[in-house]
Design a protein around this ligand. Structure first.
Ligand SMILES: Cc1ncc(COP(=O)(O)O)c(C=O)c1O
Length: 476
């Protein structure tokens, strides 16, 4: 029988957690039941022992979820009993940390099982790659000489995801998840969209594979992104206007989830970015990793070395995690994300802090991550000129990269994004999406900070045809 003072914490490999080291500890209801049963230990006494120590960054006991039993076991080392937790720094997207209602559980568990089969199946990836000619992969990577000259700093390269079929990186993920949906035997596909790019990508791949497709889109975004609404409809999908909340991306996600809960037997919810409950962020990341993998190979072939930094915009974070992930182990490559600060005033010389860009820990749409919220946990609505950046949170793996300091995140205002938009158009002949323009502006700051003997890659996530009218209106 164990009492709180009888044990110490260690990670799942048996390494004791050093005093003062920070980590997130999250325990599901079933774990707490196990704690009480197996260890005769009440969750509250567990909390008493650790909640106020410096080493626990965050402590949650969550009801309604379930997890892997191996996340909590015990081992006796040199006469001391260690309670073994999962990783010291839990990687939320890889540890089944789901904040979901019971109604979702079986469906998410089935998805996790089927996706894990797909992930380990060479045939699955061969089928994924067989669509590369349809997408237009590999996408080009090339030097941006006039930007480099204008900024007077690091040499700049562009990874051209805007040249993917349908105009953005979104098709990589839509394709991958559709192949998973096929294995699950689902015939109706639903998705949410902010800018319409994920809607267009999903509608296109559904048309190609002959599946029914319904897209949820905030009514405000439908006004702003009329071109994409028409494209989705021309591809044979239905667009459902969402008029709840702020009529934007967050509300479209909520509405798609409601549809999904009611139609799980027949429907697959094809989430548009690396957010939500496990395994969704992991899946989306895996399908977008192609961006970073190609960038690595192309930079080595073109320049003989890896870039000193890669830069991407972070709406919810799918293009950014796809670019960052293959570089995580390359410690000399800086991973830099650009978040939208909307109309707030930040001087060009002074990058805003990550805290302002990312928010604080909270739960939204089935995952614990960093969120814009008030002191009582009420979600704050971002208000960016770019619809795809108007989501109050980031994917949980970005929250983890931020907490470990491996990736850096900066705020970019609407005006700065517009500057990035015009710079790329006039100096490189590429009209980017307003979302992408945030990364262009952040790249300018970074290029100037790094100096001339360095090289950086900007992920040009999307083409800007959808934003031409809006930018023209803003100019007046
Ligand atoms: C055109 C475009 N670019 C970029 C983004 C940012 O998305 P994420 O950060 O999820 O890649 C979006 C999101 O909807 C988008 O539509």
């Amino acid at each position: 029988m164990l009492r709180p003072h009888d044990f110490k914490l260690c990670d799942r490999f048996g390494t004791p957690v050093p005093e003062g080291e920070e980590f997130w500890l999250q325990i599901y209801a079933d774990y707490t039941a196990n704690i009480e049963k197996d260890y005769d230990l009440e969750a509250t006494s567990f909390e008493d022992k650790y909640a106020n120590t410096d080493c626990i960054k965050d402590f949650d006991i969550i009801s309604g979820g379930r997890g892997h039993p191996e996340m909590l076991t015990h081992e006796v080392i040199d006469g001391i009993t260690y309670l073994k937790m999962c990783n010291r720094y839990m990687r939320p997207s890889e540890n089944s940390i789901n904040y979901i209602p019971e109604a979702f559980y079986d469906c998410m568990a089935e998805l996790e099982r089927v996706y894990s089969e797909c992930r380990n199946d060479d045939m699955f990836w061969a089928e994924f790659r067989s669509f590369y000619p349809f997408i237009g992969r590999p996408t080009p990577l090339h030097a941006a000489d006039r930007l480099t000259e204008a900024w007077g700093g690091a040499r700049v390269y562009l990874k051209r995801e805007d040249l993917c079929h349908t105009g953005s990186h979104k098709l990589n993920n839509a394709l991958g998840q559709l192949l998973v949906a096929k294995r699950l035997g689902r015939s109706r596909i639903i998705a949410e969209t902010g800018t319409g790019q994920h809607g267009v990508a999903t509608a296109a791949i559904c048309a190609k594979l002959g599946l029914q497709c319904v897209i949820y889109m905030g009514s405000r975004d439908m006004q702003r992104q009329k071109l994409n609404v028409q494209r989705i409809q021309m591809l044979g999908a239905q667009v459902v206007p969402v008029t709840s909340g702020s009529c934007a991306l967050k509300d479209a996600v909520s509405e798609a989830m409601r549809d999904f809960v009611g139609n799980m037997e027949t429907t697959y919810y094809l989430v548009g970015s690396a957010v939500g409950s496990h395994p969704l962020p992991t899946m989306v990341r895996d399908f977008q990793r192609v961006i970073g993998c190609e960038t690595k190979e192309q930079m080595l072939a073109l320049t003989g070395k890896l870039p000193d930094a890669v830069v991407a915009c972070v709406g919810r974070g799918s293009s950014a995690i796809g670019m960052f992930h293959p570089f995580i182990a390359d410690a000399d490559v800086r991973l830099v994300g650009a978040r939208a600060a909307g109309a707030s005033i930040v001087s060009n010389e002074q990058p805003a802090t990550a805290a302002a860009a990312l928010g604080t820990p909270g739960v939204l749409h089935g995952a614990r991550t960093l969120l814009l919220q008030d002191a009582r946990g009420q979600i704050l609505e971002p208000d960016s000129v770019a619809s795809g950046m108007n989501y109050p949170g980031i994917g949980p793996e970005h929250a983890w990269l931020h907490s470990t300091g491996r990736a850096e995140y900066y705020s970019v205002t609407d005006l700065q994004a517009l500057e990035g938009f015009h710079m790329l158009a006039r100096l490189e002949g590429i009209i980017p999406a307003l979302e992408t323009a945030h990364a262009v502006f952040q790249a300018k700051r970074l290029a100037q900070e790094l100096g001339t003997d360095k090289q950086i890659v900007i992920c040009i996530s999307s083409c800007g045809d959808k934003d031409v009218d809006r930018v023209a209106q803003l100019a007046h």
